[in-house]
Design a protein around this ligand. Structure first.
Ligand code: FE
Length: 197
């Protein structure tokens, strides 16, 4: 099998009380694992089984078919796990903080924009902090869509599919987004993405 489920960067219960071990066990162990299994099924015996995941996401994007959906969901979820950490939140530092201030005015303004875009995504999707040229911006994508395709550099993301929060927050997506920004977001990961170019 060319594509494997990357290990979670922390234990399934490490984000409690903000995200329960039960949510993680379904979200990672069933949803994310399911996308990996389906991707392997679709890629088997085709030239895709030797392609890098990001290459498949970019090249299959125009079709928006099952290959794109499963490959992008594998990539997006791995990026989402890395976008969080136990005892996350707080203040970013250095270049990232400067860019946030230059692009949004303040960290609070960025958080407000991130929350608004996450709430504005009708149905399933993702909200992202991305670098677009020399500025940062917040974008949202529907279903499996990813800023990899639009040439923006993703720095962090939050999954706003209902499966990400329903067991813990029911329909309260705003509370989930607020908690993500206050207690979960991994600014060190975002800073690392910035450094990677
Ligand atoms: Fe998800």
């Amino acid at each position: 099998m060319p594509f494997s489920l990357p290990p979670l960067p922390y234990a399934e219960n490490a984000l409690e009380p903000h995200i329960s071990a039960k949510t993680m066990s379904f979200h990672y162990g069933k949803h994310h694992a399911g996308y990996v299994a389906k991707l392997n099924e679709l890629a088997a015996g085709t030239p895709h089984d030797t392609q890098a995941l990001e290459e498949i996401v970019r090249s299959a994007a125009k079709d928006k078919g099952p290959l794109f959906n499963n490959a992008a969901q594998v990539w997006n979820h791995t990026f989402f796990w890395n976008s969080m950490r136990p005892k996350g939140g707080g203040e970013p530092k250095g270049e990232l903080l400067d860019l946030i201030k230059g692009s949004f005015g303040s960290l609070d303004k960025l958080k407000e924009e991130f929350k608004n875009q996450g709430l504005a995504q009708f149905g399933s999707g993702w909200v992202w902090l991305v670098r677009d040229g020399d500025k940062l911006k917040v974008t949202k994508t529907a279903n499996a869509e990813s800023p990899l395709v639009t040439g923006h550099k993703p720095l962090v993301t939050c999954d706003v599919w209902e499966h990400a929060y329903y067991l813990d927050y029911q329909n309260r997506r705003a509370d989930f987004l607020q908690t993500f920004l206050t207690s979960l977001v991994n600014w060190d990961f975002a800073a690392q993405q910035l450094k990677n170019g």
